[in-house]
Design a protein around this ligand. Structure first.
Ligand SMILES: Cc1cc2nc3c(=O)[nH]c(=O)nc-3n(C[C@H](O)[C@H](O)[C@H](O)COP(=O)(O)OP(=O)(O)OC[C@H]3O[C@@H](n4cnc5c(N)ncnc54)[C@H](O)[C@@H]3O)c2cc1C
Length: 475
């Protein structure tokens, strides 16, 4: 048993995967003698990281029963200390669709109804509220209370909601720091260090200042930047997703705070309500970054196929025996503006139009909100895999010296309270049976043939530079 515990571990990236892994390792007595270092390219929290934002949907509404029950386990923690102090809001989720997307909605409904039944038998169902099926736009309007209706059918799940993403990440960060078990380093990893020989090992990481961090085990959790450090063509790629914030009056904020998250599975568009005005006192961190009222916005975004951003980089790995060494590879990587407030940046006008159109359907046709200028827009990046599954696996080429914890695919945030423990289980060869295949190292599949998990909306195949050129983003 002791021999599987490495002397030292280097975690790259302090997002959901990296930080929750550090948390799980710091609490696990088996790792009490292991030296653990976490390196992150920004001082925490990374402004352009996928895990840092005002809000993320917390739902067990999945077409896949394995993710639905893992999300339920996470939700139990969101309802406790993890979500305390306004970090979690159980505002309900209206999950809807237009004709043609019946399948995902029906499977998701089936899973949440099954979870509802299970909760009734295991916990008496005290805190479980009944799910309401919605068969027409009128029924949708009656539950959203925003006067709008997006989609023709769906359901309202009062057991889902949203979390303040940045506040939750700060909560976990402080909890991990308080253990004094992890050495935090702020530095950018420029490449992994490899040993030579027929079976190379990863020895750690080379940093931008030329120094090295070495470890017996490296855990790569660099989110959508993961493909900058390994050749992950056909395995993992970054896609940019649109986010926009529109300002609200205090009265609008007070009203919308009482309304559900609305997610249309056909367009992929969703809105996340603000918290009530009483909890919108600016945090010292927000004031520091020049954002006066961080929550007095309505957030609109798209869970879509996203934009790719092809970039050519030097080949990041050593040559493999018998293979011709390529000098460079072209892969999709994030394009962000970390030095601006809330990492704000222009997005393609196709995206701003989609956000406005969505607001017009989610809100009442007479609402003045959709016509206002956006306060800020941003691209937030998914680390996408072909099936929508995470990768929690050793890299097959490096003799168990490199573990990859990535592939959030736009849905990992809700698992923040539980995913670190699953990472450690997979590291120890004890991956939960229902996830063993899903989280295993995926084989190469040509990117044009990735099947996805059926949850994405919007157009396929958009390239960021082309969309930006089409017409400069108008706000
Ligand atoms: C627009 C958007 C909406 C989403 N909505 C939801 C939602 O509603 N519900 C939900 O559950 N999930 C949602 N997600 C998904 C969820 O936020 C992500 O799956 C999750 O945050 C990914 O975490 P991560 O650790 O992989 O990546 P990140 O949070 O991006 O963390 C990676 C970290 O690695 C660091 N890093 C990168 N390269 C280097 C390097 N070379 N050296 C050192 N450090 C490095 C980065 O700075 C970053 O902090 C959404 C994601 C996006 C983008």
């Amino acid at each position: 048993m002791a021999s599987e515990i490495p002397e030292s571990i280097l975690i790259i990236g302090a997002g959901v995967f990296g930080l929750s892994t550090a948390d799980a390792l710091s609490r696990d007595p088996d790792y009490k003698d292991t030296k653990i270092t976490l390196v992150e390219r920004h001082s925490f929290p990374a402004p352009d990281g996928a895990s840092i934002d005002t809000s993320r949907i917390i739902r067990a509404d999945y077409a896949d029963p394995a993710y639905a029950s893992l999300a339920l386990a996470a939700q139990e923690q969101w309802r406790g200390d993890f979500g305390a102090d306004g970090r979690y809001h159980e505002s309900s989720l209206g999950l809807t669709a237009d004709p043609g997307k019946e399948d995902y909605v029906a499977k998701s409904l089936e899973n949440v109804l099954a979870l509802e039944e299970l909760a009734k038998t295991t916990s008496g169902g005290g805190s479980i509220k009944p799910i309401r099926v919605l068969d027409s736009p009128e029924e949708i309007t009656s539950v959203t209370r925003t006067g709008g209706s997006s989609g023709t059918h769906g359901y309202l799940n009062p057991n889902s909601g949203w979390a303040d993403a940045e506040a939750s990440m700060r909560y976990l960060y402080n909890r991990v720091r308080a253990t004094n078990r992890i050495t935090f380093v702020t530095a950018s990893v420029t490449r992994l260090l490899f040993s030579s020989g027929p079976v190379p090992r990863v020895l750690g990481a080379l940093l931008a200042d030329g120094s090295r961090l070495t470890a017996s085990l490296t855990i790569l959790a660099a989110g959508a930047w993961t493909p900058s450090l390994l050749d992950l063509r056909g395995v993992l790629r970054a896609t940019g997703q649109i986010l926009a914030y529109i300002p609200l009056t205090e009265q609008e904020q007070a009203h919308l705070a009482q309304t559900p998250v609305q997610l249309n599975m056909s367009s992929g568009m969703f809105i996340i309500p603000p918290p009530p005005p009483t909890s919108s006192t600016p945090s010292p961190e927000a004031l520091e970054r020049g954002v006066p009222r961080p929550h007095a916005f309505l957030k609109v975004a798209r869970h879509g196929h996203g934009y790719s951003n092809p970039v050519t980089i030097p080949y990041p790995e050593p040559p493999r025996e018998g293979e011709r060494q390529e000098k460079t590879i072209t892969i999709s990587l994030p394009q962000t503006s970390p030095s601006t407030a809330y990492a704000s940046q222009a997005i393609p006008s196709e995206g701003t139009t989609a956000c406005r159109t969505a607001l017009r359907s989610f809100l009442s046709p007479s609402s003045p909100i959709p016509s206002r200028p956006f306060t800020h827009t941003r691209l937030c990046h998914y680390a996408d895999t072909r099936s929508g599954d995470f990768i929690l696996s050793f890299h097959p080429a490096y003799a168990k010296s490199l573990f990859v914890a990535s592939g959030g695919n736009g849905h990992a945030f809700k698992f923040l309270p539980v995913i670190g423990e699953r990472v450690v289980e997979c590291l120890r060869g004890r991956c939960p049976a229902e996830f063993r295949e899903k989280w295993a190292w995926p084989g190469w599949v040509e990117e044009g043939k990735w099947e996805g998990d059926g949850s994405r909306g919007g157009a396929k195949g958009m390239v960021l530079e082309e969309e930006m050129r089409r017409e400069k983003g108008k706000l």
